[in-house]
Design a binder for this molecule. Structure first.
Ligand SMILES: Cc1cc2nc3c(=O)[nH]c(=O)nc-3n(C[C@H](O)[C@H](O)[C@H](O)COP(=O)(O)OP(=O)(O)OC[C@H]3O[C@@H](n4cnc5c(N)ncnc54)[C@H](O)[C@@H]3O)c2cc1C
Ligand SMILES: *[C@@H]1O[C@H](CO)[C@@H](O)[C@H](O)[C@H]1NC(C)=O
Ligand SMILES: *[C@@H]1O[C@H](CO)[C@@H](O)[C@H](O)[C@H]1NC(C)=O
Ligand SMILES: *[C@@H]1O[C@H](CO)[C@@H](O)[C@H](O)[C@H]1NC(C)=O
Ligand SMILES: *[C@@H]1O[C@H](CO)[C@@H](O)[C@H](O)[C@H]1NC(C)=O
Ligand SMILES: *[C@@H]1O[C@H](CO)[C@@H](O)[C@H](O)[C@H]1NC(C)=O
Ligand SMILES: CC(=O)N[C@H]1CO[C@H](CO)[C@@H](O)[C@@H]1O
Length: 602
């Protein structure tokens, strides 16, 4: 069966432009082929992929295929109090390449990059925070003289943010310039609060920060964040966009399949379809009559494109891959970055028993209430500006609760590793980590194929975290700000103090030198990778146009976080959904306007 298909495909490759009419084919073969022809193929059922699957399959004239490497999402991943970023089976388990200047004391001298491998992608493994970034971030994507880029001005993007938004907080929704309801994705604050959250809100207020909606272009604020939750349950883009339309007849979703290659007609530079693996070594083809859309994320898009001969010529030559299109795919990798090491302890901590936690799980499953219907102190963060006159924040001081078992706690200094090890759902915590997240780092890296095993090996992520000295300086500056919390009345009254963290090997150093050392040793990659397929004007320094078309080839687009040229000042979940909304609109428009452009009856 497989072999039959294979021979068949070779026929198609050689007899370009006609999928159906070869007399040499048997009826069975024809049926197989017919069944593997779609209008659009979406590669990667992740954050962006699920949104596109919904929007494109709304058109009954189109047959859509979604190919996702991970398995279906389970309700266990949707409990807000349980951090899915530690669930190895639904992660790609990638790490940055060892570089000698960051992640030094992390295992292997490298940092984890926790992107999701599951239907819904990283929207299943992320922290669900709903932040959009700033007007000036988007306006900076504009290229002078390029009309298409004008559509990326912030004012023109609001409609796409609002298209998917269903905001459930009245105080936020009131600002109808920014917010909307009625979309697929429910956005809301958690109802749950505790005493320590109040203390931190008060302490940041003493430092001059006001509690505000971060999605309204304000310079600084302490934020009781909104999350993509519905009924105290995670809303991934799978549950918000895909699940409700999975019954659609023209929509096929295949999970547990990995796309390994894009089929390209070498003469015409047209994309015809993809090969995907149903199990190791067993590949099947699928064909697209209209377009193939890559949404495999900023790391895996690169791997797939390189394996398919789209990338930097000199780089692909190292693997003896013939270059179809010479493009800077994989360059311009950027991730946000933070460091471990800064943590606070509270004087009185109520110990939690196992049976209490079990009861709380039952409560959540029965009524979606209780401590598991929250993310504890993680709900609070502060956005601060380090450099004046920027009119936007540089750092998010992100709080993260953790529970350190009493046998390890307070007896002696605890290691940073122990401080970060997850033992309990988020609402139970006796330690508060403060992660100063650099929102718009200057350091730039690159992704390349695995040297020994390009096809099955993990891609090489040269993240270059903290390579630029400005990045390190900004993190250390923001720690200075964070330490001022200790002088606030709120913190003093609550007896919140610096946690006794073992700073090895930085224990002999002081002040800035010590924090410099800690940041280099205990670096954390946030896991918000972007930029590897950036949008731009031409093929010299970008991979796709401002309409997401890959330069120099037809019928291939990329529509996920990888097209962002630089970071927006916030997470990239909502921005990625926005990109998919905008992309879906563009596709609808293009195929309406240009009906005859590609022969649709072939
Ligand atoms: C731990 C963590 C916490 C985060 N928290 C937040 C937050 O609170 N707020 C925020 O705004 N942002 C957050 N982010 C970032 C944000 O969620 C992601 O960056 C964003 O969702 C990326 O979307 P994407 O569509 O580009 O990629 P993904 O959602 O990662 O989707 C890519 C999909 O493609 C699939 N795939 C890859 N290769 C193949 C292949 N060859 N064949 C088939 N399928 C393939 C993958 O399995 C995956 O499902 C967080 C990220 C992480 C890692
Ligand atoms: C590439 O091809 C050359 C010449 O055929 C060969 O010597 C080399 O080992 C190949 N390299 C790889 C990575 O396959
Ligand atoms: C929330 O979930 C619970 C448990 O499944 C259910 O009983 C309740 O009706 C749901 N509420 C809403 C508003 O959907
Ligand atoms: C704990 O850490 C502090 C600050 O780094 C240091 O002064 C102290 O000696 C350490 N104590 C132990 C027992 O390691
Ligand atoms: C591509 O664009 C960049 C600026 O965006 C410019 O510097 C470069 O000269 C352009 N290259 C070509 C070949 O037009
Ligand atoms: C439609 O096709 C024409 C001609 O190829 C092209 O110039 C135009 O940009 C296309 N329209 C859209 C919306 O892509
Ligand atoms: C392109 C395609 O297959 N369209 C089908 C989508 O589903 C409707 C309803 O089942 C069919 O009528 C279309 O033929």
């Amino acid at each position: 069966m497989f072999l039959g298909n294979f021979i068949f495909i070779i026929c198609i490759w050689t007899v370009k432009g006609d999928l159906f009419s070869k007399a040499t084919r048997s009826r069975d073969d024809e049926k197989d082929i017919r069944n593997s022809v779609y209008d659009f193929i979406i590669v990667g059922g992740g954050t962006a992929g699920c949104v596109l699957a919904n929007r494109l399959s709304a058109n009954q004239d189109w047959k859509i295929l979604v190919l996702e490497a991970g398995e279906d999402e389970s309700i266990d991943y949707d409990i807000p109090g349980v951090p899915t970023k530690d669930f190895r089976p639904i992660l790609w388990n990638y790490r940055t390449d060892r570089n000698g200047f960051s992640c030094l004391s992390r295992p292997g001298g490298s940092c984890e990059v926790k992107t999701g491998k599951v239907l819904g992608g990283s929207s299943v493994t992320n922290d669900m925070k709903y932040t959009r970034g700033y007007k000036k971030d988007y306006d900076a994507w504009h290229t002078n003289g390029e009309m298409g880029s004008l559509e990326w001005k912030f004012e023109n993007l609001l409609e796409y943010f609002k298209a998917s938004e269903d905001n459930g907080d009245y105080d936020v929704l009131m600002n109808s310039f920014y917010h909307a309801r009625g979309g697929e994705m429910h956005v809301q604050k958690f109802k749950y609060t505790d005493r320590v959250m109040e203390v931190f809100l008060g302490a940041f207020a003493e430092l001059g920060l006001r509690t505000m909606d971060i999605n309204t272009n304000i310079v600084e604020a302490v934020v009781n964040n909104q999350f993509t939750i519905f009924n105290n349950t995670r809303q991934s883009t799978n549950s918000a966009f895909l699940k409700p339309v999975r019954h659609r007849k023209n929509l096929t979703v295949k999970t547990g399949v990995t796309v390994t290659k894009i089929m390209i007609d070498p003469q015409e530079k047209i994309v015809e379809g993809v090969w995907y693996e149903i199990e190791k070594g067993k590949e099947q083809p699928a064909y697209a009559k209209r377009e193939i859309i890559l949404t495999a994320g900023a790391i895996n898009n690169v791997k797939l494109l390189h394996l398919s001969g789209i990338g930097p010529r000199e780089e692909l030559a190292k693997y003896n891959i013939t270059t179809f299109i010479d493009l800077p795919v994989g360059y311009n990798y950027q991730d946000q970055v933070t460091t471990g090491g800064l943590a606070f302890t509270m004087s009185e901590v109520k110990p939690v028993s196992e049976s209490e936690v079990i009861e709380d799980f039952k409560t959540w499953f029965q009524s979606r209430n209780g401590p598991l219907a929250s993310r504890g102190i993680n709900q609070i963060s502060a956005f601060i500006q380090l450099f004046e006159n920027k009119a936007a924040p540089d750092v998010e001081l992100a709080l993260e609760g953790n529970y350190v078992r009493s046998d390890k706690f307070m007896l002696t200094n605890i290691s940073i590793h122990t401080a970060e090890e997850t033992n309990m759902p988020l609402a139970y915590y006796n330690l508060i980590l403060l992660n100063p997240v650099l929102l718009k780092p200057k350091s730039i890296g690159r992704i390349t194929l695995n040297k020994r095993n390009p096809k099955y090996g993990r891609p090489v992520i040269q993240a270059n975290l903290l390579k630029e000295s400005q990045d390190l300086d900004a993190i250390v500056d923001s720690i200075d700000v964070a330490l001022q919390l200790l002088n606030t009345n709120e913190m003093k009254r609550a007896e919140i103090k610096l946690a006794p963290i073992d700073m090895f090997p930085c224990d002999k150093l002081h002040n800035r030198d010590q924090w410099n050392c800690i940041a280099r040793h205990y670096t954390k990659a946030i896991g918000n990778p972007i930029g590897t397929c950036r949008m731009g004007y031409n093929s010299t320094n970008s991979v796709v146009t401002f309409n997401f078309r890959v330069h120099g080839i037809e019928r291939l687009r990329i529509m996920d976080a990888s097209v962002m040229p630089t970071h927006v000042r916030g997470g990239i979940y909502a921005p990625t959904v926005m990109i998919a909304e905008k992309g879906a609109k563009l596709i609808l428009k293009d195929w309406q306007e240009n009906k005859s452009r590609y022969p649709s009856g072939r």
